[in-house]
Design a protein around this ligand. Sequence first.
Ligand SMILES: O=C(O)[C@@H](O)C(=O)CO
Ligand SMILES: [Mg+2]
Length: 259
Amino acid sequence: MPRFAANLSMMFTEWEFLDRFAAASDAGFSAVEFLFPYEHPPEAIEQRLRENGLTQALFNLWPGDWQAGERGIAALPGREAEFRDKLQVAAAYVEATGVRRVHLMSGMADPNDSAAQGCFSANLALACEQIGQLGADVLLEPINGRDMPGYFMNSFDRAAAIIKQAGRPNLKLQFDFYHRQILHGDVTMAFRAMQPITGHVQIASVPSRHEPAGEELNYPFVFEELDRLGYAGFVGCEYRPRAGTVEGLGWFAPWRRKT
Ligand SMILES: O=C(O)[C@@H](O)C(=O)CO
Ligand SMILES: [Mg+2]
């Protein structure tokens, strides 16, 4: 049975951020994820998790200046000191929340640029080491170029090759079905092949990025497939509700936590 995590950056946005934890719990979720915790102290996040009986499934490492269009700094030569410092900041949130996986965003850089590649692998090694000391995994997520034009990590095969080459047990793939379908298609066969290196899954309809029901992908089949393969990780619900988060949770009814 899939373990769903509500993505609090996209869902429950009818509430202020810290109130989304209770809203997700009331709606029957037992886990949450979000992009970034950094605007709130670690203790505040931990308190909301504890009060609402929620597990933190995932959050992202430092993205740089998101408002200015940055999408991570790991592949940006010249930003190494900032990367190191922000790993320390993230570590405090890993410890407070008990999260077991963090997503490392690469940034806007040419994937064929050797300086960006070198910078990325050095930062990746550092992140794996430091996050690994806290008992957590580092994840790479290929993101499609329609949503994020110019993003460095834009291929599932390249992410898999980097993970293989790094040979680090706590480096894994973040398999977002929405991005996979837009980037390359063939989602089921790709997931079957990549499940052994996958540490986290995310879902949304394609192409609208709404509830995982209708449109291009047959999610009931995908959920059965996750079970058939024995996928034991979380499934992050990273979608923008069509018309109200709670109103759109019909698809989730079979999996709601009963209180
Ligand atoms: O798919 C996405 O966009 C996210 O999982 C993310 O981490 C960056 O926006
Ligand atoms: Mg995603």
